[in-house]
Every structure is written in C-alpha cells, then in structure tokens.
Design a protein around this ligand. Sequence first.
Ligand SMILES: Cc1cc2nc3c(=O)[nH]c(=O)nc-3n(C[C@H](O)[C@H](O)[C@H](O)COP(=O)(O)OP(=O)(O)OC[C@H]3O[C@@H](n4cnc5c(N)ncnc54)[C@H](O)[C@@H]3O)c2cc1C
Length: 721
Amino acid sequence: MSITRIGLAVFVVALIAAWFVLNPGQYLGVACDGQVFSLACFESQRAALGELAATNGLLFAAGFFLIYIAVTAISLPGAAVMTLIGGALFGLVEGTLLVSFASAIGATLAFLIARFVLRESVQKRFGQRLKALNRGVERDGPFYLFALRLVPVFPFFVINLAMGLTPIRTRTFYWVSQLGMLPGTLVYVNAGTQLGQVESLSGVLSPGLIGSFVLLGLFPLIARKTLDFLAARKALAGYDKPKQFDRNLIVIGAGSAGLVASLIAATVKAKVTLIEKNEMGGDCLNTGCVPSKALIRSAKLMHEIRYSRRYGIRSASANFHFQDVMDRVKAVVATIAPHDSVERYESLGVDCIQAGARLVDPWTVETDDGQRLTARHIVLATGAVPFVPAIEGLADIDYLTSDNLWDLSELPDRLAVMGAGSIGCEMAQAFARLGSQVTLIEQGERILSVEDDDISAQMRDRLVEEGVTVRTGLKVTAASRNSRNSRETVLTCKLGEREVEIRCDRVLVAVGRQARTQGMGLEELGLIKDGRISVDEYLQTALPSIYACGDAIGGYQLTHAASHEAWHATVNALFGTFKRFAVDYSKLPWCTFTDPQVAHVGHNETSAQAASIEYEVTRYDLAGLDRAIAESARSGVVKVLTVPGKDTILGATIVGEAAGELIIEFVSAMKHGIGLNKILATIHPYPTLAEANRFAASEWKKAHAPEWVFPWLARFHTWRR
Ligand SMILES: Cc1cc2nc3c(=O)[nH]c(=O)nc-3n(C[C@H](O)[C@H](O)[C@H](O)COP(=O)(O)OP(=O)(O)OC[C@H]3O[C@@H](n4cnc5c(N)ncnc54)[C@H](O)[C@@H]3O)c2cc1C
C-alpha cells in the first residue's frame, strides 16, 4: 500500500478515534455527555440552535450541511439523528434538500476513501475470487445498491465502504445513492419536524414502515427480473413458441460435453434426447485424448527401451510394426467406447438419436431423417474441428490433422508438425520416440506458449535432447509436393525476412481448433460470434432457450472443461428460473502429456503479471526427490505461486513424471482454500512423486521461517543443557 493511502487511512482512523476520545458532548452539558448525536442532546441545545438558525440562516444551514457531510464521510454514527434534527430545524422541504445532498455527497466521499485506501490491495489479493462478484456488480450493481439504499435497516456506512471496493462507477454510486435514500430521508426529516413526539430513533421506524421499505427494496430486484424477462421475450419475439414441448432438453453432440449434459438431465429425471451424427464419445474418445494417450504410451515404451542403460539394462531392443501400435490405439478406443455408448446412455434414461441435427427455431430441432423434436431448452455441444490455416498449396499435400492421424498405417520417416501447443508437442515427441525424424514448427517465439518462459524452455530442451528439431519464429507460407519425388513435401517458411525450406514426408497440422458451427442453423439464429457459439457466463446464448458448452464455445477446449461447462449449461437450462450458476474457470487444471508432463492450475507468472496480481514464487526441483531419482525421472520442477507473505495458493505448475496426477493436490487445495502450511502438514507416503508437493510447501515454509526466533531457541536449548 502506498504512503499516501496509509496516510489517509491513519488520518481517518485518527479522526474517528479523536471523536470518541475527546467526546465533544462533555462540553455541551449533561444531556450531551453520553453522545452529541442523540435526541436528548439536541433537545437540550434546541433553543440555542433555533436562535442561531434565526439569526444566521444561510451560514447555519451551510454549517449543518458541512457537518452532515463530514459525519457521513468519515462514517461516524449520527447521520440518522442529524436527519431528524434537519427536519426539526429546517422543516420538510429545506431539511430534505439539505440532508439528501449532504448524505449523498458524504456517502460518496466515504465510498471514495474506501476505494482509494483499500480497493487496489483488496482486488490484488482477492481479485481472482472476486471476479464473479465484480462481474455481478458491473452488471447489476446499481440495482442492488438501489435496493440496499431503499431499505434503511442496512447500515449505510457499511454500504458506502463495501461499494468502494467494487468496480461500480462513482457517478453511478452517487445518483443511485441519492435516489435510493430519498424515501428514507423524507420519512426521517418529516419525523424530525414533529420531533417533540419522537422519543427515540426506533420510534421513527415502526414495523409497518420497515415492511413498506422492504417492499420498496424488493422493487428494483423485481424490476431487474422483469427487465430480464422482457429481454428474453424480445430475443424470442418473431418465433412461435410451441404450447407444449415433447421433452425438457435436447442435447446436440455426444462428445465430452453432450454426454455429461444429457446424463445430468436424465439423473434429475428430465426427459432428454441426445443427438449425435458421428461416433458417440466425440473427439476425446475417437480422435483426441484417448488415442493420443494410447500412442504416447507405446512411444514411451520405445523410449525406455532405447535408453535402457539408464535403468541398468545394458542392451534392450524392440521390434515393432507401426500398424500394430495403431491397432493397439484402436483397441484402447474400442475398450473405452462402451462407456459412451448408446446402450449405456439409453440404460441411464437418455433417449439417443443417431443423426445430424439442425436448429429450426429456439425450441425445435430437425434431424437428417426429417424428425422434428421440440424441447423447452436446447444444449449445443457440437465440438470443434482442427483449424487449417489458408496456406498456399496446403490443401494439395494430403496433410494430417488430429482427425485423420489415427488412420496412418505407415510411420512417416520425416514428419513436420505445424504448431507447438499441447497437441503438437505431444505428437512431435511420440512420433520422434517411435522413430520419425520430427521437425516441430512454431510461428511464435516459444513452444507451449501458455506456460511460463522457464517451463517452455525446459520442454524445448527435452524435445531437442530426444532428437526433435524445434524451429520457432518460423511461419509456413506455402506447401508443395517435390516435383522429382512425389512422396516428399516441401514447406516454405519465413524466418524473419529469410526464406527457409523444410522437407518431409508428412505434415501434421496442429495449429488450433475451431468451433464446429456450420450447417446447423446457428448463424441464421444469430448464435455465432467470432466463429464460435457466443455465450454469457451462464453459458446461455443470445436465445434464452439455448445453452452451449464444450469446444463449440471456444475457451479452454479440454475434456474436463467441457464437462464442467456441461454441468452449468444443463443446470442453468433446467433450473435457471430459480437459480443460475456462472461458470468459473479459476481452478481449472490442464496437462500436456509430453514426457515429462506439464500440468498447471490457476495462475502462472505470465498470467499473474498480465492480471497485475502480486505473487511470490516457490520452486522445488525434482532432481532432489528420492522417488524421481529411483525412477530416473529427475527432470522437472514444482513451481507454486502464492500471495506475498501468505501461504494462499494462486497457482501451480508442475513439470515431471505424472505431473497430471500431482497437480490434483493443488487443484483441491485451491478449490477448498487450503494453503501450503496445510499441504506441509499432510502426510505423504514415502517414496512417492507426490512428496514433491510437500517439499515445495516446505521450501515456502523455510523462506518464511521467523528468523528472529532461532537465536532465542538456541539460547533456550543452551540453557536447558
Ligand atoms: C489430439 C487431441 C488430444 C487431446 N487431448 C486432450 C487431453 O489430453 N485432455 C483433455 O482434456 N482434452 C484433450 N483434447 C481436447 C478434447 O478432446 C476436447 O476438448 C473435447 O473432446 C471436447 O468435447 P466436446 O463435447 O465439446 O466436443 P466433441 O468431443 O468434438 O463432441 C462434439 C460432438 O458433436 C457432434 N456434432 C456436431 N454437430 C452435430 C450436429 N449438427 N448434429 C449431431 N451431432 C453433431 C460431433 O459429431 C461430435 O461427436 C484433445 C484433443 C485432441 C484433438
């Protein structure tokens, strides 16, 4: 916190303390000794004040106005009594005007003080957790503020200070406060005009009056709901809503997102239909996570055999046919397929249709075979396809993508992989380990660009060490077949101003994935923005009856993100009338399944810096971990970001064997607010890789040990000897 901020905080606290310590009431007589801002004190001074008001009208009013502002600005208790006094001294109209402006100005000053002194540090420390609240305040803040102001049972000074910590605009805060406080001000000033009959503050607010205020307070919330309702009606205007629906929910797409969505709906006894045009299980099962991990396993075995000396095996060799490896990949997919099958889902209560689906209107879906189905809500889970950039000649070279890679029957001698994200790096390493000469081409300056520099450098070194040629800063501009050797592909690339050629047998395009949105009537219904299905934080599209989740909405494009989103989309669709849940990605982990794996949750240095979040870094190097040494898997690190001076975890990145499993400890810790102290106090079995997490916590503890205690401890032990 800056000196100015601390100075202002100290000044305000000193003013409040001085008020209570000096107790100005003691100079005004017995009635005021207890408290200046009390009705008894006012009554004792009423005649003198009346005289002052009569002789110096304007000056007196200005003085009252300024004192009122000061009292509210520094949050002294007394504004309610001053409002009554305002009524008693100035009458209903003048009193209301004075109090209304003074209270709004004072409240805004208090709001600004809180904002100036505390907001930056509160947002810095808790920004991640406050994200949803901030978004809510940005959208609905004025409504909530208005409601709080209308019900004068909420202490106004708390509202002023709390609102200062939120992103609401000062101007909005001012006018909403003035408007919202007006009814209460009127009631109090009016009561003040008959002050003789009011014996205490509680006498002003009868239960009936409080009831009316509560009703008034509910008004803006009801207004908000009404506006939402009208917005929904507007979005759906022009469509004929069916009087009745065949089912509660239709889910389009049976990938990771659609399967979870339909399962949740069936579990809560909704009538749900799941429509899939290709294989059940979508990309993850058929062309994504499952086949890639199966291939990576075979490649790892080959790697271990090649480096068997590391394990004390002088010579080991393996013979393999690439086709057998791919057959195993297919067998793995086939073994898992029943988990996602029509039979299983039908048995769980999901009605499955195998056909292409198209939206006709916000409630109606038409399938390829001409069936028309209606549902009150629809969840779109149509996934993504590999993005293929518009590069001259690429279309003519029979390139590979993650869609058709699994049909390869021959191991390419030379493979060029375009794109060094997760998929590119995983496949580059796997094919290199199986024996291809791999060139990994990345247009950016480094591989795995979402990771921190040191992590991406570590992985680059590892790939290079295993024989992958890593070319960064290289942009492919054209692709062609070699005219003299039709099996050879030539990629023309730009390296700065220079032109570079890369020769290979096959090219794998892994430069990203784009939402699958075409030919389903989505554009016609206005659901597409920037090439993906556009949704709000509740995963609702522009049409309130339609929700979307998974790769089709862009975002993280991971299987577990798709499931997480599917839960939100389905629950919001089925129960959103009562309660909606905003999707939160702050504790979403991901893992790149290279060897070593790179796993991640929350912030890394790159994202924390981008979000201006202060952090401390603690590292634990796997080279010193007993189990990693025993496994000959010493390359890696546990890197944890914490709130400065605290053990609160902001994020963690793990590079190493089984990092994808190890990261789960940090995911749970972050999810449930567990800090490094508690991880340190948790028994981890020996010898495990998971001990690395505990040792990272121990590193943090060592760095935060209270150094001053140790000399005293040394003295204590000397004395005990
Ligand atoms: C090589 C590779 C490796 C990956 N590895 C991992 C990993 O290790 N971990 C991880 O978390 N993620 C991984 N992913 C990402 C993961 O596969 C996706 O994030 C996940 O499959 C997305 O699920 P989804 O349900 O959104 O889409 P999809 O799985 O693509 O499912 C969408 C389904 O909708 C169907 N569909 C589309 N349009 C229609 C229509 N009009 N009518 C009927 N059906 C339709 C499609 O046929 C498809 O089956 C990987 C992806 C790839 C390509």
